[in-house]
Design a binder for this molecule. Structure first.
Ligand code: NDP
Length: 284
């Protein structure tokens, strides 16, 4: 006979705004499926309260946490340590409790690469990536480490685009270049993988037009988008029309969640069940 236990292990996400973040539904579905008495809370934390909120995690014995906009960089100063990958990217999206230490990880890029591998191995591929913010930094580092042949960064602001080129040149061996995004971008014929790592198309801006010359898409190009909500973006709809294999932002969301789940619990969750929980929410 097991003794009665009314105390659950706690995990959460901190963000602002955070209400539309769907991570809870896939995590709690997976806890339930694995028979774990764990909870995942969606918590609104303002930037000025982040230090106290991290203190709250310590005091209440949280086992782990995710960070989303705008906390991924600011949280680092409040942690006991960070992984090599998180240090390289300068951002943390996942906190793992190790004994009494809170350690920062970055699972965004690894989640993206895992999702991409369902369609192709990034090794030797020519990649065009739109965006140079936090998601793009994580994806750029991990696709470079996974052996991409070449990465072209296309970004609206030159400042962030050039900073990402510098990061990838210094920390990885991938050949990398920057093109400033001005009007509809035309893809070169030999591109293998196209990645949207900008926030174009994110709810509530669901009808946002993606600035690309869609006639330059070839049916052998793999087209992926990081936008989880809604999963079908303008870019992905046009790519499907051109006959390209596509990957939506739920793939990255699920796979970064799988890695976080393993780090927190030591248990392997079922990615299909986690994706199904999200598809249910988004009516896919
Ligand atoms: P950041 O704010 O750090 O970066 C935003 C990027 O988008 C910048 O490169 C910015 O360009 C570009 N951008 C925004 N609006 C436009 C526009 N109208 N035209 C051209 N470029 C634009 O955000 P993050 O990198 O943290 O997040 C980006 C997206 O990734 C978000 O939508 C987020 O939801 C998603 N994401 C998804 C995850 C998943 O698991 N599926 C995980 C993490 C993030 P500029 O430099 O010119 O401002």
């Amino acid at each position: 006979n097991q003794p009665l236990n009314f105390k659950q292990e706690l995990t959460c996400v901190f963000g602002q705004p955070v209400a539309e973040n769907p991570t809870q539904c896939m995590m709690e579905a997976a806890y339930n499926d694995c028979g774990l008495e764990w909870r995942y809370l969606t918590i609104e934390v303002a930037p000025d309260n982040l230090e106290q909120a991290v203190g709250g995690l310590r005091a209440m014995g949280f086992r782990g946490a995710n960070l989303t906009i705008p906390h991924k960089v600011a949280v680092i100063q409040h942690l006991d340590g960070i992984s090599d990958a998180a240090a390289m990217m300068g951002a943390v999206n996942c906190i793992v409790r190790k004994g009494d230490q809170l350690v920062g990880e970055n699972t965004d890029g690894k989640g993206f690469v895992q999702s991409l591998k369902e369609l192709t191995d990034p090794t030797g591929k020519k990649i065009v990536m739109f965006g140079a913010g936090g998601a793009a930094r994580a994806i750029g580092v991990e696709t470079a480490l996974a052996g991409a042949a070449e990465i072209t960064i296309v970004n609206r602001s030159a400042e962030r685009g050039e900073a990402l080129v510098q990061l990838l040149s210094e920390k990885t061996s991938v050949p990398v270049s920057f093109i400033q995004w001005d009007g509809d971008y035309t893809l070169a014929e030999d591109v293998d993988v196209v990645i949207n790592a900008t926030s174009i198309g994110l709810y509530p801006d669901v009808d946002a037009v993606f600035p690309l010359d869609f006639s330059s898409l070839k049916s052998n190009m793999i087209v992926s988008d990081v936008i989880p909500n809604p999963p079908q973006t303008h870019l992905l709809r046009e790519a499907a029309k051109a006959g390209c294999p596509t990957l939506d932002g739920l793939g990255m969301l699920v796979n970064q969640g799988v890695i976080g789940f393993q780090l927190w619990t030591g248990v392997d969750p079922d990615p299909k069940l986690m994706r199904a929980a999200l598809e249910d929410v988004f009516g896919v």
